[in-house]
Design a binder for this molecule. Structure first.
Ligand SMILES: Cc1cc2nc3c(=O)[nH]c(=O)nc-3n(C[C@H](O)[C@H](O)[C@H](O)COP(=O)(O)O)c2cc1C
Length: 268
């Protein structure tokens, strides 16, 4: 009887100790969540890319880069400047056939006058957009969305001069507001430009084509009370290098920065 009592007591003490340990660990766990309130639904740099490591930074010299295989070097250098816009530039040739070309080097040059530049590769590599703009002076720029990213990417293939790339990739040419160059109907952010200047860049035979803004088509509900366009609401994609496309997540907006005063946040 005594042995049975001692055995029961031993079991009780072991289980009671385990209960206390588990309760203690559970308490720590609850306190951690209460204090730090981690939001696992909200992707952020560290949750998405925890493998990035500041101590792993490695030095690459230009001498080393020039020894790399051509496509490896191009991928590396094309990604280096970071995320860019990506849009379809639409033009028509002198026979009236519409042309599409994917561009990511699209630069805001100023808002008054409203000027936008696109960087065209050397003429031998990408002749049609450049030649069409030279001949009739008009082009449209159309944001790319997830719904037609494959078709948009396909326009970067080297189609012949007389191929209608809208028909070829399955996109719709939309002519409107007396603009003689079509817009991509599937795009939710479209704008039309008139040629101002083409600047040849001697360093690498590329061209900066500068256009003056003539008209914009966009869903009015994406425009904030202060004129800011929430292009992420239209699902416009960003790009990196020559083959990668990204959706975007808004982070923060700030008021105009002034020296010595932390800029207050603005709403989207
Ligand atoms: C993601 C991506 C971005 C590109 N960005 C540009 C660019 O900014 N400028 C350019 O000249 N070509 C760019 N290209 C290549 C053109 O789309 C490609 O040369 C196209 O065939 C040009 O056609 P075109 O001769 O009808 O103008 C890009 C291609 C891809 C896939």
């Amino acid at each position: 009887m005594k042995a049975l009592f001692v055995l029961s007591l031993t079991f009780f003490r072991v289980y009671f100790n385990q209960f206390l340990t588990s309760s203690f660990l559970l308490g720590i766990f609850i306190c951690f969540f209460a204090i730090f309130q981690p939001d696992f639904n909200k992707p952020c740099f560290t949750t998405l890319y925890s493998s990035s490591c500041y101590d792993c930074m490695r030095y690459y010299s230009i001498e080393e880069m020039t020894t790399w295989e051509r496509f490896y070097r191009a991928n590396f250098i094309n990604s280096l400047s970071g995320f860019k816009p990506v849009s379809l530039v639409s033009t028509i040739n002198s026979d009236g056939i519409p042309n599409l070309a994917l561009f990511s080097n699209i630069i805001h040059l100023g808002s008054d006058p409203a000027l936008i530049g696109i960087v065209n590769r050397p003429r031998e590599a990408s002749p049609h957009t450049l030649g069409n703009i030279e001949s009739n002076g008009l082009f449209t720029i159309n944001h790319v969305h997830n719904s037609f990213v494959e078709a948009a990417h396909q326009t970067s293939a080297k189609y012949a001069y007389d191929v209608n790339e809208y028909d070829e990739v399955g996109l719709t040419a939309e002519y409107k507001q007396n603009f003689s160059v079509p817009y991509v109907k599937e795009s939710l952010v479209q704008y039309g430009l008139e040629l101002v200047e083409i600047i040849p860049i001697k360093a690498n035979n590329t061209f900066l084509i500068i256009g003056k803004l003539k008209q914009v088509f966009i869903d009015e509900t994406t425009v904030s009370h202060d004129g800011f366009i929430n292009i992420q609401r239209s699902g416009s994609l960003a790009s990196l290098g020559m083959d990668a496309y990204y959706e975007t997540i808004p982070l923060k907006r700030f008021k105009y920065a002034k020296v010595g005063v932390p800029a207050p946040e603005l709403s989207f």
